[in-house]
Design a protein around this ligand. Structure first.
Ligand SMILES: Cc1cc2nc3c(=O)[nH]c(=O)nc-3n(C[C@H](O)[C@H](O)[C@H](O)COP(=O)(O)OP(=O)(O)OC[C@H]3O[C@@H](n4cnc5c(N)ncnc54)[C@H](O)[C@@H]3O)c2cc1C
Ligand code: FES
Length: 265
């Protein structure tokens, strides 16, 4: 397994939107093997150590460097945002499975809610490298919290924006734009890739099941070990009509077929 437990140094850690930061560090081994959808498990031990690591998707890979784009949620991410350039960081990764982009229908539609768009950036790069027409639906609470629009446009993704308060783009949810697009007969059968809050993913799944569109979702359940041991991250997966099995987001995931998740549980 190409997973590494390594020390790195923060090269930069900049605020990029309200409550959101972009952290860059040098991690040549992780950079070498990172695949779209995979994540790193970060030990945040500024002062009194937090016992559990925190998981973050690898946002970009740039030579020997990787970045992660994160939202301040609680104590761990608050502390992380206060770590200056030069701080030593302990990271484990790359972890988890990856998005499947081989033999999937085109175009690709990426649906990102809030910091969920961070999990779709490496995927966008992989799709555009293969010259696959890629549409990005980016949702945020407001303009100040909007993420990744310029990064996506820079690699040729056609971006559509939705904000809860209507401060920019469509006034409403990204799922409204998704429904409109799928209703258009002119669109070939696409593949949907989504990441964001659980309620948004459940809504995406409901819509795409109705339209019979293949959909992959990256789940962001809370994690403990991220090594498949503690079972702290499980989500309910439908094995057949009568059977549900709990699978580990850290090892069987984080990417699942949306139709397999038992969203109602
Ligand atoms: C595979 C994976 C990839 C992720 N990638 C990213 C990423 O690229 N960018 C990013 O900003 N975040 C990402 N996350 C979420 C991120 O790990 C959490 O926001 C972070 O661990 C919160 O840590 P904290 O110490 O700040 O908050 P905590 O103090 O641990 O929690 C604060 C509050 O938020 C709730 N909470 C914490 N984590 C989650 C969660 N995952 N889902 C729902 N509620 C939660 C807690 O219940 C608590 O109420 C990812 C999660 C997973 C599992
Ligand atoms: S976080 Fe421990 S099994 Fe997934």
């Amino acid at each position: 397994m190409n997973t590494f437990d390594t020390h790195t140094t923060i090269l930069s850690n900049e605020k990029v939107a309200e409550d959101h930061f972009l952290l860059r560090c040098e991690c040549s081994k992780i950079a070498q093997y990172a695949q779209p959808g995979q994540f790193i498990h970060v030990l945040i031990s500024n002062g009194a150590g937090l016992l559990l690591r925190r998981p973050f998707t690898i946002y970009t890979v740039d030579g020997h460097q990787i970045t992660m784009l994160y939202q301040i949620i609680g104590e761990g991410t608050q502390r992380l945002s206060e770590m200056p350039k030069g701080t030593s960081l302990h990271v484990l990764g790359p972890l988890g499975n990856t998005f499947d982009i081989e033999n999937t229908p085109q175009p690709a539609i990426l649906v990102g809610g809030g910091a969920g768009i961070a999990s779709l950036m490496l995927l966008a790069v992989a799709l555009r490298t293969r010259d696959i027409h890629t549409i990005g639906l980016v949702g945020a609470q407001n303009q100040g919290r909007l993420l990744s629009v310029d990064d996506l446009k820079a690699i040729g993704v056609a971006v559509h924006i939705a904000t809860d308060d209507g401060s920019v783009g469509h006034h409403g949810f990204v799922t409204d734009i998704l429904t409109d697009m799928l209703n258009k007969d002119s669109l070939n059968l696409p593949t949907i890739y989504a990441c964001g809050p659980h309620a948004m993913l459940a809504a995406v799944s409901k819509i795409t099941t109705e339209f019979e569109v293949p959909t992959q979702v990256a789940m962001e359940n809370r994690m403990g070990c991220a090594m498949g041991v503690c079972l702290g991250c499980v989500c309910p997966v439908r094995i057949d009509a009568n059977r549900i099995e709990y699978q580990r987001v850290c090892t069987e995931g984080p990417v699942f077929n949306a139709k397999d998740i038992a969203w109602e549980i």
